[in-house]
Design a protein around this ligand. Structure first.
Ligand SMILES: C[S@@+](CC[C@H](N)C(=O)[O-])C[C@H]1O[C@@H](n2cnc3c(N)ncnc32)[C@H](O)[C@@H]1O
Length: 285
């Protein structure tokens, strides 16, 4: 059987399932089995399959039953870098790449104008996707990344090593507590917290395979924002920024909180590429 024939056969196998991305994921899985990049798969379409097909169909069935493709390949691309992922961390999302992009814009255009070395903290780092991408893009930044989950920190540590990132230091603890305890002051506080309301229906794939500690933010999903809004002044420098990702329907509720907790600061929200409000930035004056 050729690569092309296997793609077609796999697509037919998954056609009836309700999986949105299956066309792309089939190719990711075949490239994974062939130990080549997805881009290279197109060049070998007519080659014969040499890997064990029984194993392949077993993995495809696991995928059909709900396992995310990233948990089968233990890989997710984020901001152009290949991250190791498993079921101890949130699979980094494309929306979050936009948060990273906006932070790079702020670093390049606003704070570096002052020409001083900058510090950034990433609260709830998970796989380390945000902290490590920013660290690799800005080697001059001093970055601290925290998580309450030791299992998540183990994954972040593995990614720091795998991606040869030299400017991210990991800390374990609850929200801002490790930074306060270590008297760390920062120019950027970045956080993509768990923000799904406790009782919200979510897809089977997410609910059963991604860690709940990375997903839920209490009744209204805003618990972790409140925690940071109450304590930011203990860690963020003057002229610094707080940068958050949030749920596509949380802007209104968050704006109410921002007005309450930051009456004297400048803030703005940004949409993602799908035109959904997704990011909040607060500038400490
Ligand atoms: C939505 S995930 C984001 C992961 C990663 N930053 C990303 O964007 O892909 C939230 C992360 O916050 C961590 N977390 C949950 N509760 C926490 C707490 N109280 N203190 C610190 N981190 C926490 C979770 O373990 C998880 O890794």
């Amino acid at each position: 059987m050729t690569v092309n024939e296997l793609i077609k056969k796999s697509e037919d196998y998954l056609k009836e399932s309700n999986i949105i991305n299956y066309l792309a994921d089939v190719k990711i899985l075949i490239a994974f089995f062939m130990k080549i990049s997805l881009a290279k798969l197109y060049a070998v379409q007519n080659e014969r399959i040499k890997f064990n097909l029984d194993e392949y169909w077993q993995k495809l069935t696991e995928y059909q039953n709900g396992k995310p493709i990233q948990h089968i390949t233990n890989r997710q691309s984020f901001y152009g870098y290949d991250f190791y992922v498993d079921n101890n961390v949130l699979i980094p999302r494309y929306e979050t790449e936009e948060l990273v992009d906006n932070i790079i814009f702020l670093i390049d255009n606003i704070l570096t104008a002052e020409n001083k070395p900058l510090t950034l903290i990433d609260v709830g780092t998970g796989s380390g996707a945000i902290a490590i991408s920013l660290g690799l893009e800005n080697p001059q930044l001093k970055i601290y990344a925290s998580d309450i989950s030791q299992l998540a920190l183990n994954v972040a540590k593995r990614n720091i090593k795998q991606l040869k990132c030299r400017n991210v230091q990991l800390l374990k603890g609850d929200m801002l507590e490790p930074f306060i305890k270590n008297k760390i002051k920062t120019d950027f506080l970045v956080c993509n917290p768990p923000y799904i309301p406790k009782n919200q229906e979510i897809s089977y794939r997410v609910k059963n395979y991604e860690p709940h500690v990375a997903l839920f933010g209490d009744d209204d999903g805003l618990y972790f924002y409140r925690q940071i809004f109450k304590n930011w002044h203990k860690v963020v420098n003057k002229n610094g920024f707080l940068c958050f990702e949030h749920g596509y329907d949380q802007k209104k509720a968050l704006e109410k909180l921002v007005k309450e907790y930051f009456p004297d600061q400048k803030y703005f929200f940004r949409k993602d590429i799908n035109k959904k409000w997704r990011m909040l930035f607060v500038n400490i004056l």
